[in-house]
Design a protein around this ligand. Structure first.
Ligand SMILES: NC(=O)c1ccc[n+]([C@@H]2O[C@H](COP(=O)([O-])OP(=O)(O)OC[C@H]3O[C@@H](n4cnc5c(N)ncnc54)[C@H](OP(=O)(O)O)[C@@H]3O)[C@@H](O)[C@H]2O)c1
Length: 275
């Protein structure tokens, strides 16, 4: 059993797989790559990667295989034909998927004698390997401890628990926060634009400093019970949200873009009704 993890194979050369391979090559790792469609390995091979002509060849070449495909179905479709060759190998799946999919995949692969870690990439291809990038991992802690220094160049490695589903759980939940923020900022600039405001000034002088001020309050104050603390004054907030929705309607902003405000209004009205 080779557990030194000096040679890494990557399955999947989409935008993210290429970025991961590039970061590992940049850190001097030995890298073998495989992709379903031909023609995506050229630049990586020019930088020193080896290209495998099959999944089995790629897995056999590496001490550790990182899987970065589209979704859970593509991972299973890719691994199923080589399942019997995976026994004794180490696989790290950073393909996005649901919590249940991650747990099921871990059970399936561990049942075939695979050492397995699930991952969730908290980066975009352009930020892979930069100081802000991090990757969530879940699964056996001892395996994480051995793998983390090897995969560190892809992004800071952060273990979130033995439960294989937790990397996906925290990844999905963080994405929910991101999309919520994106929905709010999209609505904000649409409203400003619709009423003739200057977008650059608004973004730089108002939106960014306001969100920077509110981010810690918003994250620290988040509550899984969907209750609203008294100091938030839900009655006042409900009126404010009604005003905001009215302003949005007056400006002709599509109601769909203000969906996040309706969710907040529902929460505030519920808090008021519950006393
Ligand atoms: N891009 C991002 O910003 C980002 C950020 C965080 C996490 N992620 C996650 O990283 C993963 C990869 O994202 P990406 O941006 O690299 O996506 P992408 O550019 O669309 O690449 C998808 C990859 O999956 C392969 N693939 C799709 N279906 C397949 C199948 N049935 N069998 C084998 N291979 C298959 C594609 O191969 P072909 O070239 O042959 O089509 C390609 O290598 C996703 O799970 C994504 O959610 C991405």
């Amino acid at each position: 059993m080779n557990t030194r993890y000096e040679h890494i194979s990557i399955l999947g050369l989409g935008a993210m797989g290429r970025a991961l391979a590039d970061a590992l090559l940049g850190a001097g790792r030995e890298v073998t790559v495989w992709n379903r469609s031909a023609g995506k390995a050229g630049e990586l091979v020019a930088r020193g990667a080896k290209e495998a002509s099959s999944v089995g060849e790629a897995v056999a070449a590496g001490d550790l295989t990182v899987i970065c495909l589209l979704d859970d179905a593509s991972v299973r479709e890719t691994l199923t034909p080589v399942l019997s060759d995976l026994t004794g190998t180490t696989l790290v799946n950073v393909t996005s998927g649901s919590v249940r999919q991650a747990r099921a995949l871990a059970g399936w692969l561990e049942g075939h004698g695979v050492r397995f870690l699930a991952g969730g990439i908290m980066a975009v291809p352009q930020s892979v390997g930069t100081p802000g990038a991090f990757i969530l991992y879940s699964g056996p802690r001892d395996l994480f401890d051995r793998v983390a220094p090897v995969l560190g160049p892809m992004g800071r490695a952060h273990w979130v628990g033995e439960d294989a589903g937790f990397a996906a759980l925290y990844d999905m939940a963080a994405l929910s926060g991101m999309y919520g923020m994106g929905a709010g900022t999209d609505h904000a600039v649409t409203l400003v634009h619709a009423e003739g405001g200057d977008l650059e000034t608004f973004k730089r002088e108002v939106l960014r400093p306001w969100l920077e001020q509110m981010l810690p309050i918003s994250v620290d104050g988040a509550d899984a019970s969907a209750s609203v603390p008294d100091e938030y004054n839900p009655a006042m907030q409900a009126v404010g949200l009604e005003n905001l929705l009215a302003a949005s309607g007056e400006a002709g902003v599509p109601a769909e873009l203000a969906g996040h405000l309706s969710a907040s209004l529902w929460r505030m009205r519920r808090a008021v009704a519950n006393g």
